[in-house]
Design a protein around this ligand. Structure first.
Ligand code: Z5A
Length: 218
């Protein structure tokens, strides 16, 4: 008699280095799932339109300086602003595709190598946020992404920063978060990568277990 338990939406996060193709792939996944009749939404962090998002946007574009801790907490607040909405959409059966999430939040700040801002410190404000059911990580080297369009226009888009970010992503993903992580080889043409993402996602689309939240790093 579990059949009357309504399936909730699935929380899918797409992560990766700058120019790994996250936004292009999220859009293709959204279209593919909608074509299959799923109710799906796309959201992106940072959300540059919210109150915190406007400050973050000015910082990323180099128009304003911020203390490393302060901007870190604003990026986290930017997610907390959306958390209630995410929960209610999921419980209404809507699947959500998230373009960057807490993983980016922790690694970009920790990559600054500020001695008072470790990966563990950076993760802490994420504790309690909805934990994704599926993490799709677009794996590619910073040398490959540097060849793609638009690189080098914002803060953090330097080779040195990108390679630290890559190592920190590896460290963070090797810690057990208790959810499914799929590494997707993002060097291939867009359509090929899109097929892999869709295949990884299709097995996860009827989620009935309760939504979980992020725990402290162990
Ligand atoms: N940040 C942070 O510090 N803390 C946080 O909590 C969060 C983020 C959430 C802005 O993020 C910055 O904020 C980011 C992390 C930091 N660091 N930097 N810089 P953002 O998500 O707003 O960044 P973005 O500039 O909008 O996106 P992106 O990550 O740089 O790109 P992407 O979404 O991965 O790639 P794309 O836009 O889909 O594609 C990029 C280009 O590559 C484009 O010309 C495509 O046509 C091309 N492309 C895509 N796929 C392929 C393939 N397969 N082959 C060839 N070319 C391709």
């Amino acid at each position: 008699f579990h059949e009357d338990v309504k399936a909730r939406g699935v929380l899918i996060v797409v992560e990766g280095l700058d120019r790994a193709g996250k936004t292009v792939q999220c859009q293709l996944l959204l279209d593919a799932l909608q074509q299959r009749g799923h109710q799906v939404k796309y959201i992106k962090f940072p959300d540059r339109n919210s109150l915190t998002g406007k400050i973050i946007n000015g910082y990323l574009q180099g128009q304003a300086q911020q203390d490393d801790h302060s901007i870190h907490l604003l990026f986290s607040a930017n997610r907390w602003e959306a958390a209630q909405r995410i929960r209610s959409d999921l419980s209404n059966g809507i699947t959500i595709i998230v373009d960057r999430y807490s993983y980016s939040g922790a690694v970009y700040s920790a990559a600054k190598e500020n001695p008072d801002l470790s990966l563990e410190w950076a993760w802490q404000p994420e504790v309690g946020l909805p934990r994704p059911d599926l993490l799709l990580f677009l794996s590619i080297s910073s040398e490959e992404t540097a060849k793609r369009g638009g690189y080098g226009e914002e803060r953090y888009e330097t080779d040195a920063m990108q390679s630290k970010v890559r190592h920190l992503f590896e460290r963070l993903l090797s810690m057990n978060h208790g959810h499914d992580v799929h590494l997707i080889d993002a060097r291939f043409p867009v359509d090929q990568v899109a097929k892999e993402l869709l295949n990884s996602t299709l097995g996860h689309l009827s989620e009935r277990k309760p939504l979980e939240t992020f725990a402290k790093l162990r």
